[in-house]
Ligand binder design. Structure first.
Ligand code: GLN
Length: 256
């Protein structure tokens, strides 16, 4: 092969290579502007849980309604709870909806929509060893889901280390097996956890009252406005309450 032909061939190879790398990076990094992506953690009925491989629930319906309003496709990704808010900050997703409690701390890093639901944080205990109040929790092994507000309550209010789990159902399984003494969790998933479990119950007095909203990366006022408009419409029409009843019944039936 002549020197010229060799140089020409090498040049073509490197141009094709560069084009392929460019194409791949473009494909990997660009967000699809036609798709509204929601991120959640699907062990939290009736707000989000798995039906087969599909994530369903109240939060999914709210975010789907936002996508419809914006004329976009809709996609849902299921991650660990402590990755939900980081996913919108890093722009891997547009909306974080996972029964996320509005807190001053989280407001430092994301914007919150208007509130769409209220919750109580409650204790689940074993009927043979009741743990009913914050005082009863002192020195006990309290199970929480990593990264949620119950973890903060155990650390800051109870002033002790919690037992951390990936999900509320995992914490409840540990409670049944005697690997923790109580579980602190939002009331709706708590009701689902004790459903059909004769040895478990929910303490009557909530430990905290909290409110849910959708988290969005700071600096997206148009998206925030669209989300708030959808929430206002869905609250006014009673849709959020009816989805709550519908998905609570579906999640409970899955435990029967
Ligand atoms: N509401 C709680 C929080 O925001 C728990 C949410 C969840 O576990 N999905 O921390």
């Amino acid at each position: 092969m002549s020197k010229e032909r060799f140089v020409k061939r090498m040049l073509i190879r490197s141009l094709v290579g560069a084009a392929l790398v460019g194409l791949c990076c473009w494909g990997c990094s660009s967000r699809d502007e036609n798709t509204l992506k929601m991120v959640t953690e699907a062990t939290f009925p009736p707000y989000e849980f798995l039906r087969g491989g599909e994530v369903v629930g109240v939060d999914v319906e709210i975010c789907r309604a936002v996508a419809e309003k914006l004329g976009k496709q809709f996609a849902v990704e299921n991650v660990d709870f402590d990755s939900v808010i980081p996913s919108v900050i890093s722009e891997k997703a547009d909306l974080a909806a996972a029964g996320i409690t509005v807190t001053e701390d989280r407001k430092q890093s994301v914007d919150f929509s208007d509130v769409y639901a209220k919750t109580e944080i409650v204790l689940i205990y074993r009927k043979d060893k009741p743990v009913l109040t914050a005082d009863d929790c002192k020195g006990k092994r309290i199970g929480v889901q990593s990264g949620n507000t119950a973890e903060t309550i155990v650390l800051e209010q109870f002033q002790q280390e919690p037992e951390r789990f990936r999900s509320a159902p995992e914490a409840c399984a540990a409670l049944k097996a005697g690997r923790c003494d109580a579980v602190l969790v939002d009331v709706e998933p708590a009701k689902n956890c004790v459903k059909g479990e004769d040895d478990l119950a929910i303490a009557p007095t909530p430990i905290n009252l909290e409110e849910y909203a959708i988290a969005i990366r700071k600096g997206r006022p148009e998206l925030l406005k669209a989300v708030n408009e959808v929430i206002a419409e869905l609250k006014a029409s009673g849709r959020i309450e009816s989805w709550k009843d519908q998905y609570r019944a579906e999640a409970d039936a899955m435990k029967e």
